[in-house]
Write a protein that binds this ligand. Structure first.
Ligand code: SF4
Length: 101
């Protein structure tokens, strides 16, 4: 009798697992900030520090004390890409380079 109880203790969880309703397929969570293949550079020989890029995309560009724009996020998230492209188009010195990978 004792052996039968031990056997039931081992078999019961397995039986419950096999008879439990299947879990629905769970999609992997999407990354909140998806990244695209874009690399941003500022040519400091051309930059005149007027800050237009910062006005348009402050998440990506910042002006520093030397009056040059610096890239804060070299590979910006996809949701920032349009602002980065706008900043590049507005840059009067064409100092912003966008490299598409
Ligand atoms: S818009 Fe162009 S020139 Fe002006 S700070 Fe930005 S990179 Fe420099």
């Amino acid at each position: 009798m004792h052996a039968l109880l031990i056997c039931m203790e081992r078999v019961a969880p397995l039986a419950m697992a096999l008879t439990a309703p299947a879990k629905p397929w769970i999609e992997p969570k999407q990354s909140v900030a998806r990244y695209i293949a874009m690399k941003v550079l500022v040519d400091h020989k051309l930059c005149e520090g007027n800050g237009r890029c910062v006005e348009v995309a402050s998440e990506v560009f910042e002006l520093r004390d030397d009056d040059h724009s610096y890239v804060r996020v070299e590979r910006p998230a996809a949701n920032l890409s349009s602002n980065v492209r706008l900043a590049a188009s507005l840059c009067p010195r064409q100092a912003i380079r966008i490299i598409e990978d």
